[in-house]
Design a protein. Structure first.
Length: 58
């Protein structure tokens, strides 16, 4: 009993796989940007502002 070849599976799932991967990639990017990056930049800006104020007081 021969095994029937699997045909068309890649083409059928291509758009689903592409849309899911793009959606997850974009959502992970937004999560990193707003969850990690902007908080780090805010802390950095506060640090430099504190240094500038200390320099102005001297």
């Amino acid at each position: 009993m021969p095994i029937a070849p699997i045909t068309g599976k890649l083409r059928k799932r291509f758009w689903l796989d592409l849309s899911v991967s793009l959606g997850m990639g974009i959502s992970a990017g937004y999560a990193f940007w707003y969850g990690v990056h902007l908080k780090h930049v805010q802390k950095q800006e506060e640090y430099y502002l504190r240094l500038e104020r200390a320099k102005q007081q001297q």
